[in-house]
Ligand binder design. Structure first.
Ligand code: SF4
Length: 133
């Protein structure tokens, strides 16, 4: 409420009297009734929708369920739905990042061990040339 605004908020407002006037005129109140948007099914095909629902539940079970919103979804459940719909990836959950970094570093480490990769790098070419001499 305007009367309980903190000092900093009042200071930031250019003309508190104008805001009070608008408040008394119910300017900040929303008139009318809110109607919920109709729910979209996960798929038009009912069999696929059922399968996707199961996937959504499995994904949700793997999430931390703390609804932090860091992924951009308001809750972990909506995030799981976004993943199933293809609108997000599991990696978008910040809590999956450390695991993904570990997997990527292991993949990169394995890649470095492959001879084909070494021969394409500068050091690999040098080693090959030294052997030819
Ligand atoms: S970032 Fe992860 S934990 Fe946070 S709301 Fe999104 S899915 Fe849930």
């Amino acid at each position: 409420m305007i009367e309980t605004l903190e000092f900093e908020q009042i200071k930031a407002c250019p003309d508190i009297r104008e805001v009070r006037k608008l408040y008394r005129q119910n300017y900040f109140f929303i008139k009318g009734k809110f109607e919920p948007r109709p729910l979209k099914p996960l798929d038009k095909d009912i069999a696929k929708a059922i399968k996707k629902r199961k996937e959504k539940e499995d994904i949700y079970e793997s999430l931390p369920k703390i609804d932090c919103g860091a992924c951009g979804a308001p809750t972990c459940l909506t995030f799981a739905e976004d993943v199933v719909k293809g609108e997000a990836e599991l990696i978008d959950c910040v809590f999956n990042l450390p695991q993904k970094f570990t997997e990527l570093s292991e993949e990169f480490s394995d890649l470095l061990k492959k001879p084909a990769f070494l021969s394409k790098t500068k050091s690999g070419v040098k080693k090959k040339r030294k052997k030819e001499k």
